[in-house]
Design a protein around this ligand. Structure first.
Ligand SMILES: [Zn+2]
Ligand SMILES: [Zn+2]
Ligand SMILES: [Zn+2]
Ligand SMILES: [Zn+2]
Ligand SMILES: [Zn+2]
Length: 338
């Protein structure tokens, strides 16, 4: 969003015509500023339909017509007007500009990142972090698959398979504790690159930060099916900061639960919407602040619309059993199984 504030130099003229009368005959007259009577033989000043006993009264009156600065309250002759408000100086006008989160200058135009991060026009054109969109600097870090992280995201980004596995195991436990959402089978977890994700994804792999893959192989012996072998895998991009990593992890674990509990639902909007919803609930409860906002404002027809649809459907339900019941009512399982 580009927000422009238009500053116009405003010059204020008091249009006054001065007239001096001395000793003319006239009716009783009072000063329109101080209210004193003007003697019949005294000189006075006149402006349009007003009379003044002295130059001092006239000057005070003229000043009272000047605009007031909306910031410091001073009256001024030359200043700025913007969005119907008056400013006596550039300094007062600048107090109304947002401070750029990157260069810290106060600027009238730029863009808003997330719910309230302002970047000025200049900074919003700089190469940006693949994760949070903040401008990159010399402390930025290349992930090695085309992505670059800003210094903040790079600080705690997860690059170690062991660390990632640990987080996934505790995340699985947390979802089971919080929502009774979980499965017991083994899930093979892999920290991967963007290229790995693209290769495995059924979509274009551009939007995804992670992937859940379910595979069923039927083992046969002399043409007889003897056993099904199911494999469950979760892939998550390396180089994600912990809050992103955990929100993606929660999303993929929700797919895993759905695969086991509601395998007949195959509408992408419902599958992705449900996973986003679980990730949203979890991110909110863990105060992973920048995550829920993104989901709420995601305009993607599958992820964004799907999330909002599921959120509306679920209302106050907060356990896996309740979610399953609500989804089964809307999407009944076929009678003969699937
Ligand atoms: Zn007066
Ligand atoms: Zn001012
Ligand atoms: Zn800036
Ligand atoms: Zn970043
Ligand atoms: Zn998904």
């Amino acid at each position: 969003m580009l927000k422009k504030t238009l500053a116009i130099v405003l010059t204020f003229f008091v249009a006054l015509t001065l007239c001096c009368y001395a000793g003319a005959r006239r009716n009783i007259m009072v000063c329109d500023w101080c209210g004193k009577r003007i003697a019949s033989n005294a000189s006075f000043l006149r402006s349009e339909d007003k009379n003044f006993c002295s130059e001092k009264c006239f000057n005070q009156y003229a000043e009272s017509l000047l605009p007031v600065c909306d910031v410091c309250g001073k009256r001024f002759k030359q200043g700025f007007t913007s969005n119907g408000r008056n400013y006596c100086s550039r300094a007062c006008l600048e107090t109304t500009f947002k401070e750029c989160a990157n260069c810290h200058r106060r600027e009238p135009a730029g863009m808003i990142l997330g719910d309230d991060i302002f970047l000025c026009d200049y900074c919003s054109q700089l190469p940006a972090c693949s994760c949070c969109q903040m401008p990159l600097d010399k402390f930025s870090k290349e992930v090695g698959d085309g992505r670059t992280l800003c210094r903040e995201c790079a600080k705690e980004a997860i690059f170690s398979q062991t660390e990632a596995e640990k987080i996934m195991a505790s995340l699985r436990q947390e979802l089971a504790d919080k929502y009774k959402l979980g499965t017991n089978h083994t899930i093979k977890f892999e920290l991967c690159t963007k290229a790995d994700l693209k290769k495995e994804s059924s979509g274009d792999g551009e939007r995804e930060l992670g992937l859940f893959i379910f595979n069923r192989k039927t083992l046969t012996l002399f043409n007889y099916a003897i056993r099904n072998r199911e494999t469950y895998r979760i892939l998550i991009l390396k180089g994600l900061p912990p809050d992103f990593f955990r929100s993606v992890g929660a999303h993929e674990l929700a797919h895993d639960w759905m695969e086991e509990n509601l395998p007949h639902i195959d509408e992408p909007e419902i599958r992705e919407g449900f996973s986003e919803y679980i990730s949203w609930l979890y991110s909110k409860s863990e105060h992973l602040d920048r995550i829920p906002w993104r989901m709420e404002h995601n305009t993607d027809p599958i992820y964004g619309d799907g999330f909002r649809k599921i959120r509306d459907m679920m209302g106050k339900a907060r356990t896996a059993a309740e979610w399953k019941e609500i989804l089964l009512q809307a999407y009944p399982a076929p009678q003969n199984g699937k």
